[in-house]
Ligand binder design. Structure first.
Ligand code: NOJ
Length: 535
C-alpha cells in the first residue's frame, strides 16, 4: 500500500515486454531499435498497456543478445543512444506508461572493461570482481556445476594465461560477478542509480537469485547434477543483498520497483525473494509458464502461488510467454496436435486457446506480463539451420513483430539486408495493421480485456476464490466491495454445461470468442471458450 492507502501502480499495471531487436526497426538495418519503440508507443497506449519492460539495449558484444553487458551505463549503437532513450522515457510518460528496464547483475560480458582487467593478471584491480578458482589437482574444473545452454559444458572456463578457471552460469562470454566483493556491490548499485536518475520506473532483474553464492562453491548434489546451476542456486546471502537493493530503489520518489527473474522451479522458493516486503517488489513465477493447457494443472499452479505468497503479503505475477521460451500459442498447439488433423482445424483450436489464455492471464489476481506479439496471437517462427543465432535455441519466439501486410511487414531493409530473424508464420494476416482493422481479432480481444480489467476493480484488485463447477473448467470469482465477477475458462475442446443457477442469464462482460459484450450467459461454455460474467 502507498501512504494514501492505494495499491502501488505495479500491482494494478498491465506490463508489456519489449524485446528491442524484434519490436520495430527505424533505420532499416533489420534490427529493432529505441527509435522504433518510440514510434510505436501510441500503439501500445491504444492497447491499454500501463508499463513497458524493455529487454537489454546496453552496450554489448551480443553473445547473448544483450544479456552480456559491456557498459551498463550506455546504449548500444545498434539500438540508439542515451538521448533517444531519454526521449523514449519522456514520450512513454506523456502517454501514461511506465518504463522498466532490464538489469543484468549476475554477470557481465567478457568484453566488459572490468573483466578485461581481471584477465590481465591475477593481481589486477578487478581480478576478484569475478569468481576465479584453481583447477583441481587433475586439472578439472573446481566443481560439477553445469552452464545454462549446453548441459554437457561446465559452468567454468579455463583461462590459460593466468592458469585459473572462471565461473559463468551462462555462456563463457558471460563471466559471473563476485557479489561477495563490496566494490562489486557498490559498482552495481551505481548502475541502478544511473538509470533511476534518468527517470526509469524500475527494473526487471535478470537471474537475480544468482547474486549470492555459497563461497565454498560445493558440488551440486548427485540427484540434481546436470541441471544448470542457475536453476538451483538459492542462497541466504542473496536476501541480504536484495534488501540493500530494495532500500536503494525505494529511496527514489515515485514508487520505483524491481521485478526479479528468480529462475527456481519451486513457487515456495520464489516467494522467499519477496522477503518481508523488503526484497523484490515482484518476482516472476515460472511453473505456470511451463504448465500444459489443462484446468487441473493451472488450478494447482494458482493454489501453489496463493499458498506461497499470501502469508507474506506478496503480490503474484503471471506470465505465459517471454523471450526465453516457445510462445504459449505454439506450446498449446504442439500439445494439441492430432494425427491426421488438417491445419485449419489445428489453427482454429490454437487461436481459441490463445484467446482463452489471454482472458486467464488478465483476470488472475496479480500483475500480468504480456510478451510482445502475444496480442497478435503469434506462434514461433520456423528458423532454418543457417539462420539460427541463439546459443540457447530461443530464436523462434524472438522473431520480428509483423506490423503490416506489406511484403516485409514493416521491416524495410536496404538492398542486401533482411530482418535479423525470419518473421513468424501467418504474418500476412497476423500483423498489427490487419488485426487492428478487424474487431474480431485477438488484438481487439486483448484491448477489450485490458479495458475491462481497468474498469472493473474486482478484476485488478478484488479477492479471488475458486468455484467447483465442471471438470476441465477453471472457474473463479473476483470480488471488490459489492461487485462480484465470475471468470469461466473452458480448457476442453467440447462445450461444457455450467451448473450454477446464479449465473443463468448473468451479464456477459466479455467472451473470448466474440465481440459482443452484452447479453445473458447461456449456461454453456463453448469449446476452449472463456467468459467473464457479472455475478
Ligand atoms: C535470463 C534471460 O531472460 C535470458 O535471455 C538470458 O540468456 C539469461 N538470463 C542470461 O542473462
Amino acid at each position: 500500500m502507498t501512504p494514501d492507502g492505494a495499491a502501488p501502480w505495479w500491482q494494478e499495471a498491465v506490463f508489456y515486454q519489449i524485446y528491442p531487436r524484434s519490436f520495430a526497426d527505424s533505420d532499416g538495418d533489420g534490427v529493432g531499435d529505441l527509435a522504433g519503440i518510440r514510434a510505436h508507443l501510441a500503439d501500445l497506449a491504444w492497447l491499454g498497456i500501463d508499463a513497458l519492460w524493455i529487454s537489454p539495449f546496453f552496450r554489448s558484444p551480443m553473445a547473448d543478445c544483450g544479456y552480456d553487458v559491456s557498459d551498463y551505463c550506455d546504449v548500444d549503437p545498434l539500438f540508439g543512444d542515451l538521448a533517444e532513450f531519454d526521449g523514449l522515457v519522456a514520450d512513454a510518460h506523456a502517454l501514461g506508461m511506465r518504463v522498466v528496464i532490464d538489469w543484468v547483475p549476475n554477470h557481465t560480458s567478457d568484453q566488459h572493461p572490468w573483466f578485461l582487467d581481471a584477465c590481465s593478471s591475477p593481481n589486477s584491480a578487478h581480478r576478484d570482481w569475478y569468481v576465479w578458482r584453481d583447477p583441481n589437482p587433475d586439472g578439472t574444473p573446481p566443481n560439477n556445476w553445469v552452464s545454462a545452454f549446453d548441459l554437457d559444458e561446465p559452468a567454468w572456463t579455463f583461462h590459460e594465461p593466468t592458469g585459473q578457471w572462471y565461473l559463468h552460469l551462462f555462456e563463457p562470454a558471460q563471466p559471473d560477478l563476485d557479489w561477495d566483493q563490496p566494490a562489486v556491490v557498490e559498482a552495481m548499485h551505481d548502475t541502478l542509480r544511473f538509470w533511476l536518475d534518468r527517470g526509469v520506473d524500475g527494473f526487471r532483474a535478470d537471474v537475480v537469485h544468482g547474486i549470492g553464492k555459497d563461497p565454498r562453491l560445493p558440488d551440486d548434489p548427485p540427484a540434481v547434477a546436470g541441471i544448470p546451476h542457475c536453476a538451483l542456486n538459492d542462497e541466504p546471502v542473496t536476501h541480504e543483498r536484495l534488501r540493500a537493493i530494495r532500500t536503494l530503489v525505494d529511496s527514489y520518489p515515485g514508487e520505483r520497483m524491481m521485478v526479479g527473474e528468480v529462475f527456481l522451479m519451486s513457487t515456495e522458493a520464489v516467494a522467499t525473494y519477496y522477503g518481508e516486503g523488503d526484497e523484490l517488489h515482484l518476482a516472476f513465477n515460472f511453473p505456470p509458464l511451463f504448465a500444459p493447457w489443462l484446468a487441473d494443472r493451472w488450478r494447482a499452479c494458482i493454489e501453489d502461488t496463493t499458498s506461497a505468497l499470501d502469508p507474506r503479503g506478496a503480490w503474484p505475477t503471471w506470465v505465459l510467454s517471454n523471450h526465453d521460451n516457445p510462445r504459449h500459442r505454439t506450446r498449446y498447439d504442439r500439445a494439441a496436435a492430432r494425427a491426421g488433423e488438417d491445419e485449419a482445424t489445428t489453427t482454429r483450436r490454437s487461436e481459441a486457446r490463445a484467446r482463452a489464455a489471454a482472458v486467464l492471464l488478465l483476470t488472475l489476481r496479480g500483475t500480468p506480463f504480456i510478451y510482445q506479439g502475444d496480442e497478435l496471437g503469434l506462434t514461433d517462427a520456423d528458423i532454418p539451420d543457417d539462420r539460427r543465432l541463439d546459443p540457447g535455441g530461443r530464436d523462434g519466439c524472438r522473431a520480428p513483430l509483423p506490423w503490416d501486410a506489406t511484403s516485409d511487414h514493416g521491416w524495410t531493409c536496404g538492398p542486401g539486408s533482411r530482418p535479423w530473424l525470419p518473421l513468424p508464420p501467418e504474418s500476412s494476416t497476423r500483423n498489427r495493421a490487419v488485426e487492428e482493422a478487424d474487431l474480431t481479432t485477438i488484438l481487439h480481444l486483448y484491448r477489450r480485456m485490458i479495458a475491462l480489467r481497468g474498469a472493473v476493480p474486482a478484476l485488478s484488485r478484488g479477492s479471488f476464490e475458486f468455484l467447483d463447477l465442471a471438470d476441465g473448467v477453471l472457474a473463479y470469482q473476483r470480488a471488490h466491495g459489492d461487485d462480484v465477477v465470475t471468470v469461466l475458462v473452458n480448457f476442453e475442446e467440447r462445450p461444457v454445461d455450467i451448473a450454477m443457477a446464479s449465473l443463468a442469464g448473468a451479464e456477459v462482460l466479455l467472451a473470448s470468442d466474440g465481440t459482443a459484450t452484452t447479453g445473458g450467459f447461456s449456461g454453456v461454455l463453448g469449446p476452449d471458450q472463456a467468459v467473464v460474467v457479472r455475478g
